[in-house]
Write a new protein. Structure first.
Length: 421
């Protein structure tokens, strides 16, 4: 036992020593410059962590510009600054990499793969990537495209060129209506780029242009897509341009997806064969759209996390439940105006066998305690349940604990927070 503990401590010590040395190296720009030329290449990831951990922008830029390895893989757990610094850290890293894309494509560059799929990239970071890659295409074909000089900044005053926006709008309109559009062409594939993609009105046209590139030297793999206040037509356009089989996380909340394009959108969603997370919250679906969505869910066998909050599911939740894969582990149904029959349908479904998290906030469940008791008694793996803002008093809470003693600690935690409010 003591030997095992000794091994664990000895493993931790080199890691701590490496972090300490890396912090010293990136603290002074002159030392960082010498380290880039003299240190073993295997130490570069530790130096990258340190520069982000200490928010050292100039050493970070130097490391990114001189990256000597074939892979640049960065996960959110590599650096550990204060939580409030994380958006800044990810923004600095994103813009630094985007600014060096063209250098990574030179003959003397060893870099073959950039993997940023584990960190959130905001819409301005995505705009930086799109413009950098499009600029390479314009540089290769100056006779076909007017080249724009690109600058990368951290402010939110990004303007799109009117000429690019106008031409892209025509192409995208043709794509939605089913008409073929002439795609842009570039060089041969070389660099593989895996990223999350956040699209809004600021970067929509550039992202669409990026996805239309053929034979680009940067092969972009979008594994996570978030669309913010885009509308159904633009979301549909993006999905048609993407490789849907690569998407694992799709966030389409607050996009007003209902309307004449919704049926086409649900058909496109069926192509997302590896989708594990689907967020369709606050889209104001009507009963017909819920029925279309239910049919689509039959095709999404890999789903694990579903959020349908803010959509009125009164008396129709059973349609959704019947077609969801029983392997769902997280189900979020806040502000859904759920009725007794909806709670009962959930209790009698196979979903209860695997659910780890269930969110039922703001559904006025104080009048539906019996179905809720039955639901809680049927769950085997539930570790988190959220029942805030349901008008459930202390007496009702005690009765819920009696119905589901296995998760009493979860209910107790909820009740304690609720009572404080």
């Amino acid at each position: 036992m003591s030997a095992n503990n000794g091994n664990k401590e000895s493993n931790k010590s080199p890691a701590k020593l490496l972090n300490l040395c890396a912090d010293v190296v990136v603290k002074y720009t002159s030392i960082t410059k010498m380290a880039i030329d003299g240190l073993p290449h295997e130490l570069f990831p530790a130096l990258l962590d340190a520069s982000l951990r200490e928010l050292r922008v100039l050493p970070l830029s130097m490391l990114i510009s001189n990256w000597p390895l074939t892979h640049l893989i960065y996960n959110r757990y590599n650096a550990y600054p204060k939580v409030q610094h994380l958006p800044l850290v990810y923004g600095i890293l994103t813009h630094a990499i985007a600014a060096n894309i063209q250098d990574y494509l030179r003959e003397n560059s060893k870099l073959k793969l950039i993997d940023l799929r584990s960190i959130p990239i905001d819409s301005y970071g995505m705009l930086a990537f799109a413009r950098a890659i499009l600029d390479i295409d314009q540089y290769q074909y100056p006779s076909h495209h007017h080249r724009h000089h690109l600058t990368f900044s951290f402010d939110h005053t990004v303007n799109c060129g009117s000429k690019r926006k106008q031409s892209t709008s025509t192409k995208l309109s043709n794509r939605v209506s089913g008409m073929p559009s002439k795609k842009l062409k570039c060089g041969h594939h070389r660099l593989q780029l895996y990223i999350q993609c956040h699209v809004d009105q600021h970067n929509y046209h550039e992202v669409c242009q990026l996805l239309q590139l053929e034979n680009s030297r940067v092969n972009v793999h979008i594994v996570s897509l978030r669309c913010q206040e885009m509308g159904c037509k633009k979301v549909l356009t993006l999905l048609r341009l993407l490789k849907c089989h690569e998407i694992t996380d799709l966030n389409l909340d607050f996009n007003d997806l209902g309307g004449k394009y919704f049926q086409s959108l649900t058909q496109q969603l069926q192509q997302c064969s590896r989708l594990t997370t689907l967020n369709l919250a606050y889209n104001n679906f009507n009963r017909m759209e819920i029925a279309l969505l239910s049919d689509t869910l039959l095709h999404l066998k890999t789903l694990r996390h579903v959020n349908l909050s803010g959509n009125r599911l009164t008396s129709i939740l059973h349609q959704i439940i019947a077609n969801l894969t029983p392997c769902i582990t997280t189900l979020i149904l806040n502000y859904c105006c759920l009725a007794n029959d909806d709670i009962s349908a959930l209790a009698h479904s196979q979903l209860c066998q695997h659910l780890n998290q269930l969110h039922l906030e703001s559904n006025n469940l104080s009048q539906k305690l019996n179905p809720l008791k039955h639901l809680l008694s049927c769950t085997n793996n539930l570790t988190i349940i959220k029942l805030h803002d349901n008008g459930i008093d202390q007496t009702a809470y005690l009765s819920l604990c009696q119905a589901a003693p296995a998760i009493e600690h979860v209910l107790a935690k909820w009740n304690e927070q609720d009572m404080e409010q």
